[in-house]
Write a protein that binds this ligand. Structure first.
Ligand code: AMP
Length: 540
């Protein structure tokens, strides 16, 4: 016997309809590519989204066709990706920091028919255009621009299309399992692979990330997604913003600390989200600007481990609660987020802080387990110490990569994340490393993340990466590559001594190398693969 309740497919267009109907005058503030500010609201985002849906339809885009975006976080990008998914097309967000060869690979792999781009990325488009012949339309996200038209004669302009098209459009209704958007993994080895989300997985993920123990979002928030819309759909925040009807501040190209401080203070941002390297820049800039970021209640840190010193700085200097979260492209992305439980309330501040450093626990909809082997099914005991391969299962987790036939799962239906971690009795996740970043010294594993967290706790160190270097006796030994703060006096010996009372002696790095910059991936993570290539022979 079926329940006798209405059935409505879970569709992304419903989110925007809801925001327009119930939060129509809630502000959307957006920094344009030229640095100017646009102010709009959910009503106008919805209207423009419908205008753009009409424009795409008139261009002949069909159900399931891929429409790519290469753009900053701004209101045109927001309007267009609701138009794309809402119409039953697939919104393929592309990371503009990819190498041209990777860009060409993924545009062809996805068979994108249309590419939308911000003017900033015009050189990228003209550079790869000859290699992506199946792209039929290029649309520049802005007003008519002679320079763009000269460089790319067939280009269309978003603002012109918006002016030409009506805001009368009925979002089509279709199966909730229809594909909605496509993101490629960063692909540190081999070609990037696509994760193809569905309307259903996206809407369920959206419910979960809004929950109090996740990002705790509500209509009274002013959200600043610093994480780019091309990094797993800005972690799903533009969907969540429509679901709860909050104000969104879109930072455009202004991802440097000073621009972020200015946006947070001017628009009274209550919650901001990004990777640790972004927060490092913000901390320095806020101190320089003399701002204590009075409106900022919480910041969400994910993508890489949150260094304890960073969490402390946000707490002590800005009275801001840091929410540590973990996830990945294949998981839409949220897997866990960190909030305390009622039973932790009586713990000392230090003990609570220790728990808050963990990557957190899963919301309903994600299940975690740690296994002894990568493709194995034997579970490791949940005691907070024993580590193994982190595997996941749930409503918004990949089953098969885009364009591939073989399952991405273990024989019993779990996805192996490639992360090494432990779980404690309450399901709090402690990530020790990416499997490939672990250091194996004399047969024993050393976590690079743990050593990095220690190094970054040194007051004179701005950023640190720990990698394995080849060693004649121990096979591999840890070395630390670090950036000093301006005017810091710290020496190599000083930094290595700093580890002495914090880890076992055999885990202390063999060498510290000070550098001016550490290479970062397109999503702001330290590129340890590049560091290994450069430094892996320094101990030989
Ligand atoms: P991506 O798919 O590019 O978002 O990368 C996902 C990977 O980033 C995960 O598998 C982790 O290795 C890493 N990651 C994400 N969040 C965290 C976190 N809070 N702590 C440590 N590593 C993280």
């Amino acid at each position: 016997m079926h329940g006798r309740m209405m059935f409505q497919p879970l569709l992304i267009s419903n989110l925007l309809d809801h925001a327009a109907r119930y939060h129509g005058d809630t502000a959307i503030i957006s920094k344009n590519t030229d640095g100017s500010i646009s102010k709009t609201d959910w009503t106008h985002v919805s209207e423009n989204s419908k205008r753009f849906a009409n424009a795409l339809k008139n261009l002949g885009v069909q159900m399931h066709d891929r429409v790519a975006t290469i753009a900053w976080n701004n209101h045109r990008h927001l309007e267009s990706w609701y138009a794309i998914s809402g119409s039953g097309f697939v919104c393929h967000t592309i990371n503009p920091r990819l190498f041209p060869e990777q860009l060409i690979f993924i545009i062809n792999d996805a068979k994108d028919r249309v590419v939308l781009f911000d003017k900033t990325f015009l050189p990228l488009i003209t550079g790869v255009k000859a290699h992506i012949p199946q792209v039929e339309h290029f649309i520049c996200l802005g007003a008519f621009d002679q320079d763009v038209a000269d460089a790319l004669p067939e280009v269309k302009f978003y603002d012109v299309l918006i002016a030409e098209n009506s805001d009368q459009f009925e979002w089509p209704e279709f199966d909730e399992n229809t594909a909605s958007s496509l993101c490629y993994t960063s692909g540190t080895t081999g070609n990037p692979k696509g994760a193809l989300y569905s309307h259903r997985s996206t809407v369920l993920h959206t419910y979960a990330i809004c929950l109090p123990d996740s990002l705790n979002l509500s209509a009274s928030d002013v959200m600043l997604p610093v994480v780019p819309m091309f990094h797993v759909n800005a972690w799903g925040t533009p969907y969540a913003a429509a679901m709860v009807g909050c104000t969104v501040v879109l930072p455009g190209p202004g991802l440097d600390g000073a621009s972020l401080v200015q946006m947070i203070d001017e628009y009274k941002v209550t919650v901001a989200l990004g990777v640790p390297t972004i927060w490092q820049g913000l901390l320095t800039a806020a101190k320089q600007a003399g701002s204590v970021l009075p409106s900022l209640q919480r910041n969400v840190v994910g993508g890489s481990a949150c260094p304890p010193a960073m969490m402390k700085a946000f707490r002590d200097l800005f009275n801001c609660e840091t929410i540590h979260a973990w996830g990945m492209t294949e998981m839409s992305p949220l897997g866990t987020s960190n909030q305390l439980k009622a039973k932790h309330r009586n713990l000392s501040e230090d003990e609570q802080f220790k728990i808050r450093l963990s990557q957190g626990r899963p919301p309903f909809g994600v299940d975690l387990r740690i296994t002894t082997e990568e493709k194995g099914t034997t579970e490791v005991i949940r005691d907070g110490h024993n580590t193994g391969n982190l595997q996941v299962k749930g409503h918004w987790i990949i089953s098969t990569y885009f364009g591939k036939d073989e399952s991405a799962l273990t024989s019993d239906g779990w996805f192996d994340t490639g992360d090494i971690a432990s779980l404690n009795e309450d399901g709090y996740l402690y990530l020790s490393d990416r499997a490939k970043d672990l250091i194996k010294s004399g047969g024993e594993w050393i976590s690079s993340v743990e050593l990095e967290n220690i190094a970054m706790g040194h007051p004179e160190i701005a950023m640190a990466a720990v990698i394995a270097a080849k060693h004649s006796k121990w096979d591999e030994r840890p070395i630390v590559i670090a950036i000093k703060h301006k005017d810091a006096q710290i020496t190599e010996e000083g930094l290595l001594e700093y580890f002495a009372d914090k880890v076992a002696k055999w885990q202390i790095p063999d060498k510290a190398i000070f550098v001016e910059a550490i290479p970062l991936s397109g999503t702001g993570k330290m590129l340890k693969k590049d560091l290994r290539e450069k430094y892996d022979s320094v101990l030989l």
